[in-house]
Design a protein around this ligand. Structure first.
Ligand code: CP
Length: 316
């Protein structure tokens, strides 16, 4: 297995099966620190730089919380408008990361341009973690989701997945790449205009992913062990920011209601959502036995602790 020390975390397409399990093992070891709400000293000499060119609640703050839990330091920006990249200069990724690499030991970047973290990794001498790039990928979120499934179900192989939402979404791409490494058949449910592209489907077939498509969640939810949901009503992820505005409601094909779960879903299926949500999971589902999105929130910190410890070479 390749070492994680000094490695960029850009895409789950690069990940081998054993590497997933190593990350999950480290997460399990570090989990008691977060569970007990303690801060340790493992990364006391290290600094995380956050470079967020797009809004975020979970990804940025979970990385920051993870760094604090491991005793490290944090600097960075959460709004590029306050940097030279977001003003008259429109400073390039290269020039920006050639500065940031001296301000810390690892950089987590979210950007509205697909491939921006990969461009940053070309120039930075410190590891780059992709915190979401346009419609590209969101590897740390899907690592969190897989870790949540592993902790809830005790295993990954043999579980049947349904993924509902906009298939242009970066989480969907990372999910599909990740599941190529496991025995996990998946059914994708998306509106026709937000479906898997023919190119992406061809790529998934090449990687031997066992996948199907369905038009309505009703058609496939009964078989699912894991139901992963993303919005179909959502902003354009290639924009730096979109203000709140008029938007439609989620059609029933892509909505997970309490009634649907209680009448059709397996009683031990689990429901994931990376959040934020619109109306695709009404809040009365939150207290049902299927929901696991608050566990995902906790696991999001634990997962980032594992990744930071590994890429900074404190765990091997
Ligand atoms: N799930 C997720 O990426 O959330 P944020 O946009 O708040 O980071």
């Amino acid at each position: 297995m390749r070492s994680f020390a000094g490695r960029d975390i850009l895409s789950l397409k690069d990940f081998e099966r054993e590497e997933f399990f190593r990350i999950f093992q480290v997460a399990k070891e570090l989990e008691p620190i977060a569970r007990d709400r303690r801060n340790s000293t493992m990364l006391a000499e290290k600094t995380l730089v956050t470079a967020f060119y797009q809004p975020s609640t979970r990804t940025r703050l979970a990385h920051e919380a993870a760094m604090h839990r491991l005793g490290g330091h944090v600097t960075g920006f959460s709004d590029a408008k306050m940097t030279r990249a977001g003003d008259w200069y429109q400073e390039s990724i290269k020039d920006t990361v050639k500065m940031l690499e001296f301000y810390g030991d690892v950089i987590v970047m979210r950007h509205f341009q697909q491939g921006a973290p990969m461009e940053a990794a070309k120039w930075a001498s410190v590891p780059i973690i992709n915190g979401g790039d346009g419609w590209g990928e969101h590897p740390t979120q899907i690592l969190t989701d897989l870790y949540t499934v592993l902790t809830e179900k005790g295993h990954l192989d043999g579980l049947k997945w349904v993924a509902v939402g906009d298939m242009r979404m970066r989480t969907m791409h990372s999910l599909a790449y990740a599941l190529t490494q496991f025995d996990c058949p998946i059914t994708f449910v998306a509106p026709p205009d937000k479906d898997l592209t023919p190119e992406f489907k061809a790529e998934l077939k090449e990687y031997c992913l066992n996948f199907k498509e369905a038009e309505h969640v009703d058609q496939c939810i009964a078989d699912a062990d894991v139901i992963l949901v993303e919005p179909v009503v959502q902003p354009d992820y290639t924009k730096s920011r979109q203000e709140a505005g008029e938007h439609g409601l989620t059609p029933s094909n892509y909505k997970i209601t309490r009634e649907l779960l209680s009448t059709k879903a397996k009683s031990d299926a689990i429901l994931l959502h990376s959040l934020p949500r619109m109306d695709e999971i009404p809040s009365d589902v939150d207290i049902t036995r299927w929901s696991r999105y608050w566990q995902e929130a906790f696991n999001g910190v634990v997962m980032r602790m594992a990744l930071l410890a590994l890429v900074l070479g404190k765990m091997e």
